[in-house]
Write a protein that binds this ligand. Structure first.
Ligand code: DHB
Ligand code: FE
Length: 279
């Protein structure tokens, strides 16, 4: 039986790609951010996962406004990055795990999560940069299954629905007969708003409460509607839905092996958590 051994939740910001390309990891602006990943990399080196399920939101690379699935999942043998217009080098292709993907799809659709299945799928900075932070040599030692949640075009799935998606993913992984060690990576958030009158909006109190809630009361954020989450965390801060879905995969109780929070990275409050299921 495959096993979810941990969850990692992190922000994603295109400027990280530029910082990596220019080797700015020790630069005073970037150091508090990059240093946050050292303990997570150490844990990964020991935990040796086989597969990473990446919960992320696409930003217009694979899906555009004309076709916007609420939930989509990759079932491809490999996933490539492509130019998103940031001028940042693309990363090497990721190996997929089509057999596991199809099992997850069967299980999730069986549980009435009607995902869009993608036998070809380009992955954007929300996949590539967190992966590059976890494996800086970019020699990916894992296969990936990307799962995309719409946070770009209204209406978005509710926080409760995303949490339940995570729970359903956990059941799907548990019923896979292989003995893969699986890490779930949720990328996005925390509070940020890139446009409009509140551009630059960050809400540290909310972010810290949200991070705490993942340990003490994981469905706490599901009390809020999408509009309330936008109000509290900003238009793009609603990417925290990925964190909720990731937390949903980890069961009733978790412990935080590591956490980091740093303001700002570009326009974003950057958060990082390494969670281990304990029950
Ligand atoms: C920024 C943050 C994001 O989540 C994103 O997708 C693009 C840009 C930023 O803070 O610059
Ligand atoms: Fe984003």
């Amino acid at each position: 039986m495959a096993k979810i051994i941990g969850g990692i939740t992190t922000s994603h910001v295109p400027a990280i790609g530029r910082a990596i390309a220019k080797n700015l990891q020790q630069d005073p602006y970037w150091k508090p951010f990059f240093d946050g990943f050292v303990p997570v990399r150490k844990w990964l080196a020991e935990a040796k996962p086989d597969v990473v399920i990446v919960l992320y939101n696409d930003h217009g690379l694979n899906f555009f406004l004309d076709k916007m699935p609420t939930f989509a999942i990759g079932a491809a043998p490999e996933y490539r990055n492509a130019d998103e217009g940031w001028g940042i080098p693309t990363v090497p292709a990721f190996r997929g795990d089509a057999a596991l993907s199809w099992h997850l799809i069967e299980s999730l659709v069986g549980e009435e999560f009607d995902l869009t299945t993608c036998q070809e799928m380009k992955v954007d900075h929300a996949v590539t940069l967190p992966m590059a932070l976890l494996w800086p040599d970019q020699q990916w030692p894992v296969r990936i299954v990307p799962v995309c949640i719409n946070t770009v075009q209204a209406p978005l799935p509710s926080a409760a629905r995303c949490y339940k998606l995570g729970q359903a993913l956990a059941r799907a992984v548990a019923s896979w007969p292989g003995n893969e060690r699986v890490v779930v990576l949720g990328t996005g958030g925390l509070s940020h708003q890139l446009d409009g009158e509140r551009a630059g909006f960050i809400n540290k109190d909310f972010d810290l409460s949200f991070m705490d809630s993942l340990l003490t009361d994981p469905t706490w954020a599901t009390q809020h509607s999408t509009h309330q989450l936008v109000e509290l965390a900003g238009t793009q801060g609603v990417e925290l839905l990925m964190w909720l879905a990731a937390r949903g995969t980890l069961g009733a109780q978790v412990q935080a092996l590591h956490r980091n929070y740093h303001i700002p990275i570009s326009n974003t409050a950057s958060g990082l958590m390494l969670l281990e299921p304990t029950a």
